[in-house]
Design a protein around this ligand. Structure first.
Ligand code: ADP
Ligand code: ZN
Ligand code: ZN
Length: 669
């Protein structure tokens, strides 16, 4: 019997590939990109073939046979493997740890029932698709220009679609999709959104406009069966439009011709655990690799993208006005909470505005980025406060469940009846979260229909969508919510946005806090007055009414604000003018983590890299683990990359028992 050697990568922290033997006749070898079932460390695991060879350095007695090549599945394209290789190199991870977790779970199990079932299902579908778009509205001139620029772009073209909230960016995307599909009916288009909750709205729009085209969705709340089916539809080129959250960037899309990233500035494009990739950055890489256009859309672009647009690397497209006739950006007013003291968190001005909306039958939205009832409870008598015993954080009061909850380690306790230190029975909630605001509103406006939307109220699958639908149907008068309600939603009858307590971010140590706060306020303000007609306004309750950030929000002046932030970053030597990586260490005790980082610093390879001191993370302890970090920086990305490659080798060789991880381009430092 003849054999060939399969070189495979596996989902292991080992940074190497493995050789296996596979019996086959010459000319019938498997191909790179195929999946294969293998014996590995007394288990059966799935690997990805990256090369076919005829000999190996593995001694014959150690060479194992592969168990099954998944020949029913077409190979993952070479360019997809190149993407995984790039991401692995860039983020300093083994290729297998990038490539395999990117595949649906059902492909990574010994049994093939799920795969075979999905294949059968897709084979039964009509192969003919009608890419004609229907019901397209007439675009305004600015939209037309933008859509044409995207639709006609050739080769790698990054376009920044900078359009105010409600300027009709979605229509531009849809029109551009229509143009691409009209030219090439088998083209695939990837559309990414930052939040799962935004997929139903866009899914509805896309399937209404392209009724004859197969649409696949990829996000984390699909069941494994659905995920398999949708992934496969994309991989086989059947799905023409693929709508997803950040994980969709790792989908196999053999005929990808256009990428759209909506709300490109959104931090949720950054994966915060495991492979900490930026889906936006990978998307730009992918577009360059394939030589295709990519659209980055936002009313408040990330400073990185804005900087590229300023320097001409990205082409800027602009929508300065709202798309709906008569719809204008809402007026923004600041309410000084020193003068107008809030009652139940709401100032007199805001209450008056709410009352007006109720009388007119219009909807209001109150935005507060803090869930729960109160962020902490305390004892007036002795000063005890509800600290989490496992984290550097407070236990948050959740009133509906009568619980204290830590939002970082999920510790849950019953609310103590009396103070654990002095026995005082009068424990007080301090501050307020969405639950408390909701309660206050219900007491003040008993006839109003108040709905709270946050991570707590939408735990059940489908409940977020149901909640948003009740708002769209007009069955809600006052909506209270966290950032979940701030993004992207096209509420038609909403004319008042109240922003409660945004001030904390003004004084954050995180240098990105003001960029984020500004984007968030512009986003949430942008939910008001989208349909035109009624006068809409945004009221911001603040103690710092003269802060320049609020001035910029009042003027809807992203450009000047971004300009001044970029100047500050340039002066201070911060991204996007500097490239950073963060080494994190976790240990039972902080000194152990710090000591590890000091050792890591001592074994640094030479090179023009700026190395900071190891410091505890702002939230030092989470779930009884202490965390510290070491920041390294360079003005040159290639220099940083070269340095990291060497450093990671040295770190791996250190054999420390400390758990460490490296993050490239960290967002939170
Ligand atoms: P954005 O994503 O820029 O915030 P949307 O794409 O949600 O804005 O559009 C805002 C509203 O404008 C939507 O209700 C949409 O239907 C409407 N709209 C978009 N383009 C047009 C147009 N050309 N004519 C009329 N209405 C439009
Ligand atoms: Zn006490
Ligand atoms: Zn905790």
């Amino acid at each position: 019997m003849a054999y060939c050697i399969l070189e495979v990568v596996l989902d292991t922290p080992l940074n190497s590939s493995f050789d296996y033997r596979w019996p086959c006749q010459p000319g019938e070898e498997p191909q790179a990109g195929q999946l294969v079932l293998l014996p590995f460390a007394r288990r059966e695991v799935i690997g990805l073939i990256v090369a076919i060879k005829h000999d190996t350095e593995v001694p014959p007695e150690k060479l194992k046979d592969a168990l099954d090549v998944r020949s029913q599945l077409s190979p993952l394209p070479e360019r997809w493997i190149a993407l995984a290789r790039f991401a692995a190199e860039y983020y300093q991870r083994p290729v297998g740890e990038v490539a395999l977790p990117g595949l649906p779970k059902n492909l990574r199990v010994p049994k093939t029932v799920a795969l075979d079932r999905a294949l059968k299902k897709l084979a039964r579908l009509d192969p003919v698709q009608d890419a004609t778009a229907t019901g397209m509205p007439v675009l305004n001139p600015a939209q037309q220009e933008a859509a044409a620029a995207i639709g006609q772009a050739e080769g790698f073209t990054p376009l920044l679609l900078y359009g105010v909230t409600g300027s009709g960016k979605t229509e531009v995307y849809l029109q551009a999709c229509a143009q691409v599909l009209a030219r090439d009916p088998s083209a695939q288009i990837l559309v990414m959104v930052p939040e799962i909750n935004l997929t139903p709205q866009l899914e509805g729009n896309i399937s209404a406009r392209f009724p004859g085209v197969m649409l696949a969705t990829l996000h984390s709340s699909l069941s494994e069966g659905e995920r398999m089916l949708h992934w496969l539809a994309a991989h086989q080129g059947q799905a023409r439009i693929i709508l997803g959250t950040r994980l969709a960037i790792l989908a196999s899309l053999p005929n990808l011709k256009l990428i759209v990233i909506d709300e490109e500035h959104d931090p949720s494009y950054k994966q915060q655990e495991g492979l900490r990739y930026s889906a936006r950055d990978l998307a730009v890489w992918r577009a360059r690799q394939l030589g295709i256009p990519i659209v980055l859309g936002s009313a408040t672009p990330s400073l990185e993208s804005w900087h590229h647009a300023q320097s001409g690397r990205y082409r800027r497209l602009e929508l300065r006005e709202r798309a709906v006739r008569d719809a204008v950006l809402p007026g923004v007013r600041l309410i000084d909470t020193e003068r107008d003291r809030p009652r139940d968190g709401l100032t007199g001005e805001l209450l008056k505005a709410l009352r007006q909306r109720l009388e007119r039958g219009e909807q209001s939205l109150l935005f507060l980025n803090r869930r729960g009832y109160a962020p902490v409870i305390s004892c007036d008598a002795c000063g005890w406060i509800s600290n989490c015993t496992r984290c550097t954080a407070f236990m948050v009061l959740h009133k509906p469940e009568n619980r204290l909850r830590c939002h970082h380690c999920s510790l849950e306790l019953r609310i103590p009846r009396h103070c654990p230190t002095c026995g005082n029975v009068d424990l007080q909630p301090l501050g307020r979260g969405t639950q408390r605001v909701e309660e206050g509103l219900q007491a003040m406006f008993p006839e109003a229909r108040v709905l709270r939307i946050d991570a707590d109220s939408t735990r059940r699958k489908g409940s977020a969508q149901a909640a948003f639908e009740t708002v769209h149907r007009g069955e809600v008068d006052i909506l209270v919510g966290t950032q979940m309600v701030a993004k992207g939603h096209d509420f038609k009858n909403l004319t008042l946005v109240g922003i409660l307590n945004p001030d904390t971010a003004l004084f954050s140590q995180d240098y990105r806090a003001s960029e984020r706060l500004f984007a968030q306020l512009m986003q949430v303000a942008g939910r008001a007055g989208r349909a035109g007609g009624a006068v809409s306004e945004v009221l911001v309750q603040t103690r710092y009414a003269s802060h320049p950030l609020y001035g910029a929000v009042m003027r809807h002046d992203y450009e000047r604000f971004a300009g001044s932030l970029l100047d500050e970053r340039r002066e201070a030597g911060l991204p996007p003018f500097m490239y950073q990586a963060l080494l994190r260490a976790e240990a039972r005790e902080l000194p152990i983590a710090i000591e590890f980082l000091e050792q890591a610093r001592d074994c640094l390879p030479a090179g023009g890299i700026l190395v900071n001191d190891p410091i505890p993370m702002t939230m030092t302890r989470v779930h009884n683990v202490d965390r510290a970090q070491l920041l390294v920086e360079s003005a040159s990305r290639p220099a940083l990359q070269a340095f990291l490659r060497e450093w990671v080798e040295l770190l791996r060789a250190m054999k420390s028992r400390v758990k460490w991880s490296l993050e490239v381009d960290p967002l939170d430092i």
